[in-house]
Each structure stands twice: as structure tokens, then as C-alpha cells.
Design a protein around this ligand. Sequence first.
Ligand code: ZN
Length: 167
Amino acid sequence: MDIVDAATRSRMMSGIKGKNTKPEVSIRKALHARGFRYRIHVNNLPGKPDLVLPKYSAVVFVHGCFWHGHSCRYFKIPQTRPDFWREKIRKNQLRDKKQESSLLAGGWRVLVVWECAVRSRNKEKFALVIDLIAEWLINGNENSQIDENECSMIESATILKESQPNI
Ligand code: ZN
């Protein structure tokens, strides 16, 4: 089922594909405020990662859920020309995987932040995502991703922990 109208969809697609999209800029600013230094849109690395942090051997991609085919509630194949879109998104996913593999092979750690994780205007939620990114940069594994579900899980776990008495 198609839940967004044409205008919304065209906004989704144009906004999500381009560089310097809003979520990306907000993430960048927040990381900078926490003292992380990075380079942006480094052209000589596979996939032109949105943020490159050489000090942490890390690159960060901020992926739009539609364009990169994230299996979340924001991803819907448009009703018009569904096969065209399915194929297009499948190709994008394949390309993403390839680029990720090349980066990993080149000794980079790779983090994907899905747009659904930073879509909310809730400041606490956004700060949580930044916490997760910062933690990953410092202590994280080779390859990870942050999405809306993970954030809600951590959020409810934190609330649970805080509501329990200290033993
Ligand atoms: Zn998503």
C-alpha cells in the first residue's frame, strides 16, 4: 500500500539522495560539539562516506531508509512503477554492500546510521543516537548500524534500569 502522496515521496527521494541532508548535518554538528573531528564526503573512499574519522579508523554513512532500502516502517515501494523501484533499490543495496566490503578490507570500520533513527524531533532521542555513535567510535566493532528499533530498545532498557532501585 502506498501511504505517502506524490509530493511527499518526491521530497523523500530528493532529500534522501543528496549530500548534506538535514539528519546528516545535525549528526555532524552534534559530534563536532562532542569533540569529534572528521572529514566529510571523502571522494577517494568507496561510497564517499558522509563522515570520515581517521583517528578512529572509522567511517559513518547516514542512509535514507527509502533510497537504501531499509526494512523499516518508512520504506514503501511506490505504487507507480513498483518494479522499476524495486530493481533500483536492490541495486543500491548491492552497491552499498560492495562499498562496505571494500572499506572493511581497507581497514576501515563502518557504521551506518539509518535515517529513521534520527527522524524524530525529540531531542533526547537524538542525543541517544549521538551517544550510540560516540560509543561506537570509541569502543565499537568493525561494522555496525543504528536504526530506530535499536534506539527504542535502548531507550526502554534505560528507563527500566532507572526505574529500578539500586541493589
Ligand atoms: Zn529505517
